[in-house]
Design a protein around this ligand. Structure first.
Ligand code: NAD
Length: 443
């Protein structure tokens, strides 16, 4: 590929960013807002890309996985975003996830920017290398903690200076964040710290699900459906889906169907969600709970007011979307609808509550974790959840007004509001390409 076809960071990497939904949405929002092309490129592309090797000695053998940190944008606050450890991460995936974090923190109205880390670790290959025959969580934990310790040591200054504040993502969790906190010696340098580590936050675990429940209640109110008459179906009953279900049931919403990766259950009169929550705690799945079984395919077709995909991405696609029988979809998972799936749902006039707002409860709570870590003043769980609810309601009002005024989809409107906020902050800092100043006005 010739260098002329590549732009900005792509020229340095000599590789074109693969097509992706978030770049496309930022591009369209920038064009609607009338921003120059070079500024839109700045909004899409990252500020910095760091690529590094992490040689570690484990059980007498050296392994050296590669990793990367993408710092997308910090005009509104420190770069914020989780550390993903998986066998397929790459720079472009990490870059897209970092961009999504900038958009999410901006639309949530919290003073963070966006970043992300990816560490490429093939756990299956390590099982073979060390001759471990069966799945062993302790083995995985030792490996992850050793790799994260090297990562935190290598990037100690970046983390200690609170330039980039990581958190858990796929493949990492509380124990790894505790390691980072120990190495930096700065509790605010990382969020998602487990209970008992100074600066941990009560309510962090429940926050994303609580935020999704708030988004569902806002959607119901917008559609004029009283909560105590509403029916909801949830795909995925893990951290997000289960707490969303619990909080919705508390408000009188009937959860009539739930599926997870092993199976599903349904009750047209509404499932006993607290009992289901307890059952999943004991059995690790909703399958076998005392009610009628339900498959994934059937869940999408249930006649509900709101469908909540809270499992993986791309589940609402050209195969599944035509069968959807809901008035609204509240996107709890990241990117649950493909572009084709979204077009089909919009055609059917299904209201789609965007993922970057619906699932921002976790990062909003992280903001409070960061703030309490800095001040050493603990926050109560009720305060955390109240703050999450407020941020989601304010974002909903913000993007819904733009969607109505400009006759664009809620997703386009949410991205537009986020892009506008990042642009304004970059302008105030004097970071926009070709920006010129009217010096007379700068007194
Ligand atoms: P989790 O691992 O705790 O739970 C995932 C649930 O989805 C489980 O019940 C699992 O059985 C189910 N599932 C997986 N594959 C499935 C399939 N093919 N069919 C049906 N069910 C399936 O994960 P989580 O933390 O609850 O996250 C759920 C989604 O929300 C993910 O897409 C995640 O990226 C997104 N998200 C999570 C957070 C957070 O704070 N946890 C924040 C933002 C976004």
């Amino acid at each position: 590929m010739s260098n002329e076809e590549l732009m900005g960071v792509e020229q340095v990497l000599r590789s074109k960013e693969p097509e992706n939904v978030s770049s496309e949405l930022v591009q369209r929002a920038g064009e609607r807002l009338g921003y120059p092309a070079e500024v839109i490129t700045q909004l899409i592309q990252p500020d910095q890309v760091l690529i590094f090797r992490l040689p570690v000695e484990i059980f007498g053998k050296v392994i050296s996985p590669y990793g990367c940190i993408v710092l997308h944008n910090n005009a509104r606050g420190p770069y914020k975003g989780g550390i993903r450890m998986a066998n397929d991460v790459d720079v472009w995936e990490t870059s897209e996830l970092a961009r999504l974090m900038s958009l999410k923190t901006a639309i949530a109205g919290i003073e963070f920017g966006g970043g992300k880390s990816g560490i490429r670790v093939d756990m299956d290959a390590l099982y073979r290398l060390f001759g471990v025959k069966e799945r062993n969580l302790e083995f995985e934990c030792i490996i992850k903690r050793a790799i994260i310790a090297k990562y935190a040591t290598l990037h100690r200054e970046l983390l200690r200076s609170l330039t980039y504040v990581p958190a858990p993502d796929m493949g990492t969790g509380g124990p790894e964040m505790a390691v980072i906190s120990s190495i930096t010696g700065a509790p605010a340098s990382v969020t998602g710290k487990p209970e008992g580590i100074n600066g941990w936050l009560a309510g962090r675990r429940e926050a994303t699900g609580y935020g999704v429940a708030t988004a569902v209640l806002e959607t119901l109110a917008y559609l004029g459906i009283p909560a105590n008459q509403a029916k909801v179906a949830i795909q995925g009953f893990g951290n997000v889906g289960s707490y969303a279900g619990l909080y919705l049931a508390e408000q009188g919403v009937k959860i009539i169907g739930v599926v997870d990766i092993f199976g599903g259950v349904q009750d047209p009169e509404g499932l006993d969600v607290p009992a289901l929550f307890k059952y999943v705690g004991q059995h690790g799945t909703v399958k076998g709970f005392n009610s009628q079984p339900l498959t994934n395919e059937e869940l999408f077709k249930l006649p509900v007011d709101v469908l909540v995909p809270a499992a993986g991405g791309h589940v609402l696609n050209k195969e599944t979307s035509p069968g959807v029988n809901a008035k609204a979809v509240v996107s709890a998972a990241n990117m649950p609808a493909t572009p084709e799936g979204m077009a089909i749902l919009e055609e059917k006039q299904v209201y789609i509550f965007p993922d970057i707002v619906a699932n921002c409860g976790g990062v909003v709570a992280s903001y409070l974790e960061y703030a309490t870590s800095l001040s050493a003043k603990p926050a109560k769980q009720e305060e955390v959840l109240e703050f999450v609810g407020e941020r989601i309601k304010a974002s909903f009002r913000g993007f819904n007004k733009i969607a109505t005024d400009e006759k664009i989809s809620p997703t386009e409107a949410a991205i537009q509001l986020a892009v506008q906020r990042i642009y304004e902050a970059m302008k105030l800092r004097g970071q926009l390409n070709n920006q010129s100043f009217d010096l007379g006005k700068l007194k």
